[in-house]
Write a protein that binds this ligand. Structure first.
Ligand code: CMP
Length: 137
């Protein structure tokens, strides 16, 4: 069993598709082990995405991630990291396979509906960033 971190980003929350996205996870063998709705501060977003701080899109990414509330969850299941990435589709929705979350709900590479951890190692760090052990069950 693996755990991974999912963020439903401000665009998808504003569109009212939280439930539809959570259904994709639950219908595909990913159990929601923890969940909360959060308004990130600029410092939160800068810290969470620190790995991208030298990239040209960093400031736009931070601005976008604090533009409204997000829903963060811990997803648990067999191969949860890869399974979640498969369900999300490519980072750029224009390249995402039909039927994936980003193909169905995202507008562009900035407003791309969801984030998912890209490795088990990062999943552990990202889960610890948002959740204490007692919030996960
Ligand atoms: P996410 O999986 O949340 O990780 C970093 C985010 O940066 C990514 O999704 C995109 O929303 C955003 N981003 C914007 N431009 C790019 C780019 N050129 N390459 C990768 N990510 C980008």
């Amino acid at each position: 069993m693996e755990q991974t971190l999912s963020i439903i980003k401000p665009d998808a929350v504003a569109k009212g598709v939280i439930g539809k996205i959570l259904d994709r996870f639950e219908s595909n063998g990913l159990r929601i082990a923890a969940m909360k709705k959060v308004q990130l501060s600029r410092k939160d977003a800068q810290e969470f995405y620190a790995v991208h701080k030298e990239r040209p899109f960093f400031n736009d990414l931070v601005d976008f991630m604090i533009s409204g509330p997000v829903v963060v969850s811990v997803l648990e299941g067999e191969n949860a990291v890869a399974k979640n990435r498969e369900l999300m589709g490519a980072t750029n929705p224009k390249e995402a396979e039909p039927g994936t979350i980003r193909a169905d709900f995202a507008e562009n590479i900035d407003a791309n509906a969801v984030h998912g951890s890209d490795s088990l190692e990062n999943a552990k760090k990202e889960i610890a960033f948002f959740f204490s052990q007692r919030e996960i069950s």
